[in-house]
Design a protein around this ligand. Structure first.
Ligand code: MSP
Length: 504
């Protein structure tokens, strides 16, 4: 069975920023970890290209929505290799195959009796030619964009009978307490459901930028229904001549942030029930990256721009920082200062030094060869069960806790060097056996943490494992004592300190 993980599909009305990169990085870390377990993985990301905001943004630029979509989708897609993201497909909701499948699923929802015709009533701006949601209306009942008075108007709409799923959604939440995590988000979704579900518009009459409703060509589907279905439609055409749906559906993890909780945790399961499709296993809601709390500065600007950070420090440093600094699932502040501090203290010092001193001593004292099969038993005890513990964190999408579990061992290995003082052993002819054991244990510990760190720091870990002559990456290989170290070869610094800016 495939491990299927998704990110939200991002709106193309603007260019990608650090927040989008964050979710994509997290999904990639999970995808890589599951590949290490030997699982078949399908990792999906992409762009959400229909709807009002995209049409409006294009209009403001004086171009067609499709042009804007093409321009920004290309930017989102180009960011992926920079982040070292290993997605298996990039879906665009303007793909013809997506549109066709949206139409067929939603026609089934209608055939099943969950769609009816009605009238949507709301506040309308004649200049925008559009309805404004209540929470976006300026005081005095004004359009927030044009500052003209809004009028009460009606639009013919087809409605989705969300209210019909009240009980089934309540039982879903009662039976599957891990459907939405963290717990606070589960509670938030459940209390929304308990407050009483109302039917929602499924189509738009006035808008043309969307997927056409097959049974009424004067309507397009409301963008959220078109968008949510990407998770399902992609599987039918991601591989030419192959339909991956049966082998891949349902998703194991949808990663989202709290802004789109209601759509994923309420509308989406109801829609799937209406279409008689299986529900996802887990929806994990991570927090928001906050950029306030720090004065705007040139270097802050760098940290906010993922591309600039990657150019200067590499993708690994960004991936590590985001998952280390902000407990995954909570909101957290990111800043240039905190980034530089962690880069230096943890990547350059903790891991970088551990790697360079281990490889340095093996090269210096033993010509790059690990010559003992005996490993320190107390160190082995401290590593026992580590891959399983990390995997257990991943099962709950606890990416920061998983990383912390590994990092404690990185620090432990540095202490081990201080305790064992291999440079002293090297100078004592009758302690050569001890030196062999210490170097072998150190190299084995380094190899183990490096395999476990690979999902977070793929490029650096591959370099390091190549230097250890031990390229194997599976979770089983992460076990302390699994061995496999060949001839160790020197490498330059993994996280050069020169990359850290001076004080500009
Ligand atoms: N198109 C919809 C999603 C449809 S999914 C069927 C959408 N797009 S979006 O471009 O606004 O992306 C929102 C998502 O981007 C968030 O849920 C989150 O994954 C990510 N983030 C955007 N800003 C973020 C932060 N500041 N912090 C963390 N994540 C952020 O909503």
């Amino acid at each position: 069975m495939t491990f299927y993980i998704t990110t939200p599909i991002y709106y193309v009305n603007a260019a990608p920023h650090l927040g989008h990169a964050y979710t994509t990085i997290a999904a990639d870390v999970m995808a890589r970890h599951h590949r290490q377990r030997g699982e078949e993985v399908f990792f999906l990301t992409g762009t959400d290209e229909h709807g009002e905001p995209v049409a409006d943004a294009a209009h403001a630029l004086g171009i067609e929505p499709q042009q804007l979509a093409d321009r920004n989708a290309a930017r989102f897609e180009a960011l992926l290799p920079l982040l070292e993201a290993t997605n298996d497909f990039f879906i665009r909701t303007t793909d013809a195959a997506h549109e066709a499948r949206v139409q067929s699923v939603l026609a089934r929802v209608r055939d099943n009796g969950f769609v009816y015709q009605g009238t949507y009533e709301g506040w309308y701006c004649p200049r925008c030619a559009d309805f404004k949601p209540e929470n976006e209306i300026d005081p005095g009942n004004l359009c927030p964009i044009h500052h003209v008075e809004l009028t009460r108007e009606q639009e013919d709409s087809y409605f989705f009978k969300l209210s019909a799923f009240q009980e089934r959604l309540e039982s879903l939440y009662a039976e599957r307490e891990d459907f939405v995590a963290p717990r606070s988000r589960y509670n938030e979704a459940l209390s929304f459901i308990r407050s009483g579900l109302r039917d929602v518009p499924l189509t738009r009459h006035r808008l043309t930028w969307g997927v056409q409703v097959p049974w009424d060509h004067d309507h397009v589907f409301y963008v959220w229904f078109d968008a949510l279905l990407n998770y399902y439609t992609a599987l039918s055409y991601a591989r030419e001549g192959q339909d991956l749906t049966d082998a891949t559906w349902p998703p194991d993890y949808h990663l989202i942030a709290k802004d789109i909780l209601r759509f994923h945790a309420v509308y989406w399961p109801a829609l799937l029930m209406a279409a008689e499709l299986e529900l996802p296993e887990h929806i994990f809601v991570h927090g928001y990256l906050l950029m306030e709390g720090e004065k705007m500065s040139k270097s802050l600007g760098n940290v906010l721009d993922p591309v600039a950070v990657i150019e200067r420090f590499g993708a690994d440093a960004l991936r590590f920082y985001l998952l280390r600094e902000v407990p995954f699932g909570q909101d957290g502040t990111v800043s240039t200062l905190a980034f530089e501090t962690r880069y230096e203290a943890e990547l350059a010092n903790d891991l970088g030094n551990l790697a360079s001193r281990t490889i340095g001593m093996l090269t210096r004292y033993r010509d790059g060869v690990v010559s003992s099969s005996e490993l320190d038993t107390s160190l082995a005890a401290e590593f026992a069960g580590l891959p399983q513990r990390v995997a257990a964190h991943f099962d709950r999408a606890e990416l920061t806790l998983g990383l912390e579990e590994i990092w404690q061992r990185v620090r432990r290995l540095n202490r081990y060097v201080e305790e064992q003082t291999p440079w002293r052993l090297a100078s004592e002819p009758d302690r050569q056996g001890d030196l062999d054991r210490v170097l072998a244990s150190l190299a084995e510990g380094l190899r183990s943490v490096t395999v476990l760190l690979w999902p977070y720091l793929p490029g650096s870990c591959e370099r390091l494992l190549a230097a250890l002559g031990a390229p194997e990456l599976s979770l089983a290989d992460a076990m302390f004592g699994a061995g496999g170290i060949g001839r160790v070869a020197p490498i330059g610094p993994l996280f050069p300190k020169e990359a850290a800016p001076s004080d500009d």
